[in-house]
Design a protein around this ligand. Structure first.
Ligand code: S3P
Length: 440
């Protein structure tokens, strides 16, 4: 049963907000804790469907995951110490969980079936299976060359370390190879031409792994891990997710008179492309208190509404804001002038084909937008008609982005389904309502 929701034009937004924990860091915190020796403690873990799917998969593989006193405790089994699961591993909607865990299973002598929901079963897994197969993972496909879930894979204790240059800028692929590399003797290296989010590298170092990050000289980064070592137990605190914060930032930026403070947001420079872009558009975002927490940068953000103008967003910006294009496109609709977002081919293989989902949603709300190759162009007119029914295609970020659009549009906007919001931002509607958002 679909759960639609309607957003209507709201008065100014104001107040303080703490967004749930970062999704990328939460997956990694659970996975590395399960591979460490001893009990690790994670505070601020994102309690959303995607993360709980990873927790359940790790439990099926023999790690203990318990919630105690508002934090999570994981009893790790040591590198290579997980056992074969008695049931298929179901990752729900989560590309990150499934791809990272393929890297983990690769280093174990076990057979495991990976599956997920309708959206995940459409997403490409070949991008991780290819380097993992070169390391020794065997894939039992139903048909030759089939690389979508459900898939059964066979890992091995005898993985071969590789040097792998990423054909697509993907932190998920980088992380899957590094996690497999943790189980391979010798040095496994991943080369990336454009820096993608680096939480895996940072957290592996925090757990005591031997990690080396070098500059190849031509701007490319080489991330290497020395495998067959141990990971020590760790204590972690997960900062607020900047990809969730982006919805509140956008709402405050487009509703005149708004003044909102978002506390404890992760500000790792590989994740701040949206803030940078919004500032270029004229957005007023102030950093109140930058601090370091568990190897990551964290800060409080104060956002005030301001007139916005269209900008060109270069392809080089994409890895640092890959999940923020749906909400940036919405902000662009309220700006004056053209916003040209370039080099978005990766958007086609997210939880939905986001390039098409964004363009269709904008069209349904009376916004002039078009796709040119891998670019998305939005013609901002300062105001948005709204009044449409937006299809979300099982995509949480499409749902949230268009609900924010409804807060500023002349006529109410309905999104056809909000159930997927729970995969990344539980409490989204309630938290936004507290700031003054009008959702019904
Ligand atoms: C993620 C990486 C990104 C991002 C996803 C989370 C991660 O995907 O879209 O939501 O945690 O590594 P890609 O690495 O495939 O670009």
């Amino acid at each position: 049963m679909h759960k639609p929701l309607t957003a209507s034009r709201s008065a100014r937004l104001s107040g303080r907000l703490h967004v749930p924990g970062d999704k990328s860091i939460s997956h990694r915190a659970l996975i590395l804790s399960a591979l460490a020796t001893g009990r690790s403690r994670i505070e601020g873990l994102l309690e959303a469907d995607d993360i709980m799917a990873t927790a359940k998969a790790l439990e099926a593989l023999g790690a203990g995951v318990t919630r105690s006193n508002g934090a999570f405790e994981v009893s790790g089994q040591g590198v290579g110490g997980l056992r074969a699961p008695g049931q298929p591993l179901d990752f729900g909607n989560s590309g990150t969980g499934s791809r990272l865990m393929l890297g983990v299973v690769a280093g174990h002598d076990m057979k495991a079936e990976f599956t997920g929901d309708e959206s995940l079963r459409r997403r490409p897994m070949g991008r991780v299976l290819e380097p993992l197969a070169a390391m020794g993972l065997r894939v039992e496909s139903k048909k030759e060359g089939e690389t979508t879930l459900p898939l059964t894979v066979c890992g091995t204790r005898d993985l071969i370390p590789i040097v792998y240059e990423l054909p697509v800028p993907s932190a998920q692929v980088k992380s899957a190879v590094l996690l497999a590399g943790l189980h391979a003797p010798g040095r496994t290296s991943v080369i990336e031409k454009m820096a993608s989010r680096d939480h895996t590298e940072l957290m592996l170092a925090h757990f005591g792994a031997e990690i080396l990050v070098e500059d190849r000289g031509d701007g490319a980064r080489v991330v290497s891990i020395c495998g067959d070592g141990e990971l020590g137990r760790a204590s972690l605190s997960v900062p607020g997710d900047p990809s969730s914060a982006a919805f509140a930032i956008a709402a405050a930026a487009i509703r005149p008179g708004s003044d909102v403070i978002i506390e404890g947001v992760l500000l790792n420079p590989t994740r701040t492309g949206f803030i940078e872009t919004l500032r270029e558009m004229g957005g007023r975002i102030e950093l109140l208190d930058l601090r370091g927490e568990g190897g990551e940068q964290v800060g409080d953000l104060r956002v005030k509404a301001a007139p916005l103008k269209g900008v060109r967003v270069p392809p080089s910006r994409a890895p640092s804001m890959i999940d923020e294009y749906p909400i940036l496109a919405v902000v662009a609709a309220f700006a004056e002038g053209e916003t040209r977002m370039e080099g978005l081919s990766e958007l086609k293989v997210k939880e939905s084909d986001r390039l098409r989902a964004i363009a269709a949603g904008l069209a349904a709300c009376g916004v002039a937008a078009r796709i040119e190759g891998d670019d998305l162009i939005v013609e901002g007119r300062g105001e948005v008609k709204g009044g449409g029914l937006v299809e979300t295609y099982m995509d949480h970020r499409i749902a949230m982005a268009f609900l924010i659009l409804g807060l500023g549009a002349s006529a109410p906007v309905t999104v056809d389904d909000t159930r997927m919001i729970g995969t990344s931002f539980p409490g989204f509607a309630e938290l936004m309502t507290k700031l003054g958002a009008n959702f019904k």
